[in-house]
Design a protein around this ligand. Structure first.
Ligand SMILES: [Zn+2]
Length: 361
């Protein structure tokens, strides 16, 4: 399949610098002045004025009052117009899918759960049925909102570049099937992206520009999505984040991957004994390893096992990190449930499209 850049440009958003300006305005609740934007981007004030003029003309930003002045006349603040655009996010699971629409500020405008999944039938029929429901969501987008595209979050392994699944367990017909390509053909939208569910879920929370976040997903298995210095880390084969298969006990319980004593197997064994405390402690040990390896400063937790014991996991993971790091006060790590809850994958899939179109944060 032909490779093409992942981004989609809006009219008027022709270059990286415009995306940079929009990214800063998205990250800032109170907006920013042209002078601030020039200082933060390193662009000249003239270049910023030109970009802002174009974004104003396109309706992507608005003038939003006056800010503090450091002398001279007060500065006009600029803010993103959340209703100027939206994206569709899909969590494509085995039996069900969640389809939602997100505006540019990350507010969910519409959310539907449908009985369409990878195991529902032949791939062509599944994609056809899904495209029909997605088209309904696109048609229901608010008047005047430009639909930037559709993002799909799906269990791996898969290839982000080619938009295909790679040998999904128990679903041979999907191996190498051009899922993204067929959706693109079926939908009238500028951009379709396919990524691992854990990768997109990491995007479902407001991120610090320079920070590194790990999203840990404990459900039927255990995986991680990594946002390193604000960018999704996928690895060469979109196969980074196989966090659950680090071996912590070489003679431990058998794992689905064939090895023994993987973190995932240890968590699952504890959960099979109805012991979320022990599962949470193991998860914390693995999280501490990850923090030491990558200097992560924020951990988000999600997946149905986490939400089944929401008071247990954040505390146990934070405790294990504090216990295993040599200087926990210096290397402080925030641990919390994902703010997007059970919709984290679908929200993150829409966010991936918005980031791709408007400049990542
Ligand atoms: Zn394993």
């Amino acid at each position: 399949m032909e490779r093409r850049p992942a981004g989609a440009n809006l009219a008027g958003l022709r270059d990286h610098n415009a995306a940079l300006v929009l990214g800063l305005l998205r990250a800032s609740a109170e907006g920013g002045s042209r002078v601030q934007l020039a200082a933060q981007t390193g662009l000249t004030p003239q270049a910023v004025s030109k970009i802002v003029g174009r974004l104003l003309a396109d309706g992507l930003v608005v003038e939003a009052g006056r800010g503090e002045s450091t002398g001279g006349k007060p500065r006009t603040l600029l803010a993103l117009r959340p209703e100027a655009g939206c994206a569709v996010g899909i969590e494509l699971d085995r039996r069900r899918s969640t389809i939602l629409v997100l505006d540019l500020a990350g507010t969910t405008l519409r959310r539907r759960s449908v009985d369409i999944g990878l195991a529902s039938g032949e791939p062509e029929r599944v994609v056809g049925a899904l495209a029909k429901r997605v088209s309904q969501a696109v048609r229901a987008a608010p008047d005047g909102a430009k639909v930037l595209g559709v993002g799909v979050g799906c269990r791996g392994p898969l290839d982000y570049e080619t938009g295909t699944l790679h040998r999904p367990a128990g679903l041979p017909a999907w191996d190498g099937f051009p899922l993204r390509g067929l959706l693109e053909e079926s939908l009238d939208v500028p951009n379709v992206l396919l990524d691992k569910d854990t990768n997109v879920a990491a995007l479902a929370a407001p991120a610090a520009v320079s920070g590194s976040t790990a999203y840990l997903h404990l459900a039927d298995g255990l995986g991680a999505g990594l946002l390193l210095n604000g960018a999704v880390h996928r690895g060469a084969r979109t196969n980074a984040g196989e966090f659950g298969h680090q071996v912590l006990q070489p003679d431990g319980p058998q794992c689905t991957c064939g090895a023994r004593g993987c973190l995932e197997a240890l968590c699952m064994a504890a959960l099979a004994d109805d012991d979320p405390q022990t599962a949470a402690r193991w998860l914390g040990v693995g999280a501490a390893n990850l923090v030491r390896l990558l200097d992560i400063d924020r951990i988000l937790l999600g997946g149905h096992q986490i939400f089944a014991s929401p008071d247990v996991y954040p505390r146990a993971v934070a405790d294990q990190i504090a216990e295993h790091l040599p200087e926990p006060e210096w290397q402080s790590v925030r641990v919390s449930l994902t703010p997007a809850g059970a919709s984290a994958v679908a929200v993150g899939a829409a966010q991936l499209v918005i980031d791709s179109a408007l400049g990542g944060i």
